[in-house]
Design a protein around this ligand. Structure first.
Ligand code: GDP
Ligand code: GDP
Length: 500
């Protein structure tokens, strides 16, 4: 398929094959009680929702996000209950202005719900004005919800619909979030909008979005730009995770609320760093108080492995003062987490926080001990990877952001690296001829060397017959790869396959 050509015709899009992160976002708006949550739940069915909390003085209102499936359409859907206007739910909007801006900035479409039984309500007008003011680019699909209650009474619907035209957002459609009535109409309204959006997004890019890993032996894809970075911040209580989180998010606070039925551990937030979107996989409760005593058997650690899978880069936060006091830099629980991150193929960045507490001791042995001991100890507990980055910060003064993010992004870039087969085999010939003495005959054993996948980089050595490379030789190849392609500090995998 020709790439980079100007697309005149809309290509049909198979939404089911697209990466979730690239899907457009549709926000459900409307005054309270029109059925926003009901529609949200219908669209996401039983899939999990992510929750962005907007903490207010007394109330906590949530913005939920989920993956919507409507026929073969896939999109991200936001339930905006947490964004209700001042008029509709009492001065929430003002206090969460940055959150509102954040949500609107990444929303492309909206479904504006009206309760067909009440018809046009003054608060609907309020919501309309709010949308015009904050997101003038969004022309919502207006949907008259609870339409099943009219029992096909066309006249009542027409009456309500005529009123609703006053909003100036076009003709409404009839739906029922509760019974599913009108979902086909909603599909038909959304499909052309979402399709044209995806055509723009994919224009110039490879549209074979998902399974690009296969059959891609001569191209070096910029995989990094395909999926936004997912970052997890982990560590024991009180090491300063929330403080760091706030520094990263800057003005947007994200807290975890005890909303029933929602998985605490999947709560995410999003921020921009140097033009790049970063998702925070929040990790509240990963390491419980008392882990220092209890060891790795606690439930929180068991759960953490599952959570690590969601992240691309894991930032393990340590407390400098604790480190200074202790005999070892890392507690047992921290060692377990660090090892798990690496075993799961995640990029690990270690952050030593609260360095300000050792300020007066800059020249002291304590200070030096920390600067040297932490990297050394990490090397000791994770011997298979050299050069895991360690960052020393004080999250409390908000200054750690740049230091942390530059390491995190560097790590992510390496993690996403893809090398062409041609380049790898040129490299292999050089390496094996230089060092074939390390494994008798390795040079002839390896027929072919290729990267089958990035994120993390995974390679396959195709070997002749039933031969196998020695562990030493695999370690040597790994080390050479890392040195020659600047992949230090990341987990790299080399698999072996035989070719007849
Ligand atoms: P929200 O405040 O906009 O999120 O509204 P909810 O989703 O909480 O719904 C408010 C009320 O309307 C609830 O009692 C729902 O059961 C009801 N409701 C939602 N959708 C429908 C519908 O399609 N038909 C009827 N009859 N009731 C609905
Ligand atoms: P969490 O439990 O890991 O989320 O830790 P918090 O972010 O709640 O921080 C725990 C305590 O450490 C709070 O009292 C913070 O003010 C304090 N703290 C966090 N970062 C720093 C720092 O860089 N320096 C100092 N001195 N204190 C910090």
């Amino acid at each position: 398929t020709p790439e980079g050509a100007t697309v005149v015709d809309q290509k049909p899009i198979d939404f089911t094959k697209l990466n979730i992160n690239r899907l457009p976002t549709v926000m459900i708006i409307g005054r309270p009680n029109v059925g926003k949550s009901a529609l949200f739940n219908r669209l996401i069915r039983r899939r999990e929702a992510l929750v962005y909390n907007t903490p207010d003085d007394h109330v906590t209102r949530d913005i939920r996000e989920g993956l919507a499936k409507l026929g073969d359409l896939r999109f991200k859907v936001l339930d905006s209950a947490g964004l209700e206007t001042e008029a509709t739910s009492g001065s929430i909007l003002n206090r969460t202005a940055s959150m509102t801006a954040n949500v609107l900035a990444r929303t492309q479409f909206a479904i504006f719900l009206i309760d067909v039984r009440t018809g046009l309500h003054p608060l609907d007008q309020e919501v309309g004005r709010w949308l015009r003011k904050h997101a003038p680019g969004i022309n919502p699909i207006v949907a008259m919800n609870k339409s099943e209650s009219l029992h096909n009474d066309i006249n009542s619907f027409a009456e309500a619909a005529t009123e609703v035209l006053k909003l100036g957002f076009g003709e409404p459609i009839a739906i029922s979030a509760e019974t599913g009535l009108g979902m086909t109409t909603l599909y038909e309204s959304l499909r052309p909008l979402l399709e044209s959006y995806m055509n723009k997004v994919l224009d110039g890019n490879s549209s074979q979005d998902e399974n690009f890993n296969q059959n891609c032996d001569s191209c070096e894809v910029d995989e990094e730009s395909k999926v936004p970075l997912q970052l997890a911040i982990v560590g024991r209580p009180n090491v300063g995770k929330s403080t760091l989180l706030n520094a990263l998010l800057q003005e947007d606070r994200v807290l975890v609320g005890p909303e029933a039925g929602l998985t605490r551990d999947s709560v995410r937030a999003q921020f921009q760093y140097q033009g790049r979107t970063v998702y925070l996989v929040d990790t509240a409760g990963w390491l419980q108080r008392g882990d220092r005593q209890k060891g790795p058997a606690s439930l929180s650690i068991m759960q953490s492995r599952k959570n690590l899978m969601r992240a691309h880069v894991v930032a393990l936060v340590l407390d400098a003062e604790e480190v200074a006091k202790a005999w070892r830099s890392l507690t047992h629980a921290e060692v377990v987490i660090a090892r798990q991150a690496v075993e799961e193929g995640r990029g690990l960045v270690v952050i030593v926080n609260k360095m300000d507490l050792l300020k007066g001791k800059r020249n002291s042995t304590l200070y030096k001990k920390i600067m040297e001991a932490v990297p050394q100890e990490i090397q000791m507990v994770i011997p298979q990877i050299t050069g895991i980055p360690v960052v020393f910060i004080s999250a409390i003064d908000g200054k750690g952001r740049g230091a942390v993010m530059s390491q995190v992004i560097d790590m992510y870039k390496k993690w996403c690296l893809r090398l062409s087969t041609a380049r790898l085999n040129r490299w292999l010939r050089k390496v094996t001829s230089r060092h074939s003495w390390k494994d008798q005959g390795a040079q002839t054993k390896i027929k072919y060397f290729t990267q089958v996948k990035a994120r993390p980089p995974t390679f396959v050595a195709f070997l002749s017959g039933n031969t196998k490379l020695s562990d030493t030789y695999v370690r040597f190849l790994t080390k050479s790869l890392k040195e020659d392609f600047d992949m230090g500090g990341i987990p790299i995998r080399i698999m072996q396959r035989s070719v007849p």
